[in-house]
Design a protein around this ligand. Structure first.
Ligand SMILES: [Zn+2]
Length: 178
């Protein structure tokens, strides 16, 4: 059993400016906060409006191997422009964060290969930026309504002959983005 799960949780109810994530992990610190979207300026630049907030519920903790982790959930709803019909669309985002915190790439070698990690080069980390990065990763490059009125689905699914495999436009765009 992981003894750290029994450590008393020290709750924090707003996002502090900077933190020492390793100390916070030592103390098993939970962060519960409701942060206005407008405070995430890089994210806000992509949005139609900044109404609403980001619900943060995450914790710094150490696992049985004493590795520090930031884990939890971040949720919000953003308003974007559908790139098909050019109308606004609301997109709920629910992001699970599970990041090992390491001093450098060498330190990261102790992790199993499928563990995501963040190299923390300074003791002072801006938690809001980590959260913002995670949200930005989940904003689609080409946002579209799930069932957009402007999308002619019928023409594509009619007929017995299997349609030729088309390139996924998202993959193409993802490649271009790189
Ligand atoms: Zn649309």
């Amino acid at each position: 059993m992981n003894p750290y799960h029994r450590a008393p949780i020290m709750p924090v109810v707003s996002l502090p400016q900077t933190i020492d994530p390793f100390k916070w992990a030592d103390r098993a610190t939970q962060v519960v906060a409701d942060v206005p979207l407008v405070q995430f300026t890089r994210l806000a630049a992509d949005l139609v409006n900044t109404n609403g907030s980001v619900q943060v519920n995450c914790r710094f903790e150490r696992d049985a191997q004493k590795m520090a982790f930031l884990r939890g959930d971040v949720a919000t709803t953003v308003t974007l422009i559908c790139q098909r019909c050019l109308e606004t669309m609301e997109l709920p985002l629910q992001v699970t964060i599970d990041l090992a915190l390491v001093y450098d790439e060498d330190h990261a070698k102790k992790l199993s290969e499928d563990t995501d990690y963040l190299v923390v080069v300074e003791q002072e980390v801006v938690l809001a930026e980590i959260i913002e990065d995670e949200l930005l990763l989940n904003i689609p490059f080409t946002p579209m309504h799930e069932a957009c009125d402007a999308l002619p689905y019928q023409a594509e699914i009619e007929g017995d002959v299997p349609a030729p495999v088309k390139e996924n436009p998202f993959q193409v765009l993802a490649t271009l983005k790189k």
